[in-house]
Design a protein around this ligand. Structure first.
Ligand code: GN1
Ligand code: MG
Length: 384
């Protein structure tokens, strides 16, 4: 089992003091007990922080510093997160919808704003800690797959009445795969770290699939699929799953909630949940697109989102998995060529290893795409 929430480790005392001083600026109650870094996610720095309450119980929070290299306008990120958490919490209350009783909420700073800025210019926010849950980097069974897809479908449903243009596009063209491809070509042309020769195979693989990068964009252009408010980072470890019941409780990591395509969300689930191999696995023979996981994702997603997504979106569900694996493969390779400036890396060639698993997954999806499409059609017709 790979759970990111238990791979956390206590960090050095210097940081404890730092976190303590950040905590003092938020309206959190109680006596500071400890903090530990959560080594999950490739972008932000995340800490779980515990406070002792007057009655002796412990209250935990998540403190997170926004990566300003990735999010150039962290204030706009916070405005988006504020509006989406407020909206969801209001709707959940109104609909009395059972989301396991826990949703993500921001705890305000003592100034009343939703964030604090530290001396180094980092923007911090404080969330409630979702209790009794784990996150999975690799899911273990189809029930978890169904639940995760249902949770992201429910999330899209909950924000479906938010005006897409009321949200700032905090990372412009985030999932514009054609532009991601063009950027890789540009970086390869300048080859800033001299790494291109050693990645010819991966580069050529991507180049030969250029035509895939524009398919969804053309459908948007043709008015066949709509821009919606979407999550945009539906990696499987961004859903909190109840440790005892395997039920999804809520989705987290709301920084990229902005206008997007429902298919980007579904596709990212396919790429992160159907393979039993880690995203940075070096034994590529372990990379698979497991049909039963895909089937559970389709069923879970359609059970929550089937009422509002259109026929064209449904038709491209399998394609979206291949596209998102290709897109993040392009992004990992670009970062490798640039010298690892975007994603956090923990070893040499880490981004290259990540790229390779994603390209292998593209291949695995290509091998099974007609079977995947056949399953989607069967579900759409209401068969079983
Ligand atoms: C990043 O932070 P994390 O790990 O949830 C990235 C996603 C990628 C993912 C690949 C803002 O997400 O787009 O799909 O890594 N987030 C951003 O694992 O770039
Ligand atoms: Mg993220």
């Amino acid at each position: 089992m790979t759970t990111s929430s238990i791979t956390s480790a206590p960090h050095n005392p210097g940081t404890q003091e730092w976190i303590f001083s950040i905590g003092n600026q938020f309206a959190v109650q109680g006596e500071f007990l400890r903090s530990e870094e959560i080594h999950s996610g490739h972008i932000n720095a995340t800490y779980r922080v515990a406070y002792r309450q007057a009655d002796g119980t412990e209250q935990r929070y998540i403190f997170q510093a926004i990566n300003r290299n990735v999010f150039k306008d962290p204030y706009a990120v916070m405005a988006n997160v504020e509006s989406v958490t407020r909206h969801i919490n209001e709707r959940v209350l109104r609909l009395k919808k059972d989301l396991g009783g826990q949703t993500l909420s921001l705890f305000p700073a003592r100034t009343g704003s939703s964030w604090v800025e530290d001396e180094q210019g980092s923007i911090w926010r404080c969330y409630n800690h979702i209790e009794g849950c784990v996150t999975y980097d690799i899911i273990e069974n189809t029930r978890q797959a169904y639940q995760a897809a249902h949770a992201f479908g429910s999330f899209q449903a909950l924000v479906s009445d938010l005006e897409a243009h009321s949200m700032t596009e905090t990372i412009p063209d985030f999932h514009h795969t054609r532009k991601r491809f063009a950027r890789l070509m540009d970086v390869a042309a300048t080859n800033p770290r001299g790494r291109l020769d050693s990645v010819r195979e991966e580069f050529d693989f991507i180049r030969s699939r250029e035509a895939l990068t524009g398919i969804l964009l053309d459908l948007v252009e043709a008015g066949k699929i709509p821009i919606r408010v979407t999550h945009n980072d539906t990696k499987i470890n961004n859903v909190m799953i109840d440790a005892s019941s395997d039920e999804a409780v809520c989705v987290i990591d709301l920084d990229t909630v902005m206008p997007g395509l429902a298919l980007y969300d579904f596709g990212d689930l396919v790429r992160s949940a159907t393979s039993p191999a880690a995203e940075d696995e070096t034994d590529l023979s372990k990379v698979e697109m497991q049909m039963p996981m895909f089937e559970a994702l389709v069923e879970g997603y359609l059970a929550a989102a089937g009422s509002f997504i259109n026929d064209t979106e449904i038709e491209y569900l399998a394609h979206s998995g291949k596209l998102m694996a290709l897109e993040v493969g392009i992004r990992f390779l670009t970062d490798h060529l640039e010298g690892d400036v975007y994603f956090k890396t923990h070893r040499p060639d880490h981004n290259l290893d990540r790229c390779r698993t994603q390209l292998k997954l593209v291949e695995r999806i290509e091998e099974q795409e007609s079977e995947m499409n056949a399953f989607v059609h069967k579900v759409r017709r209401g068969g079983n």
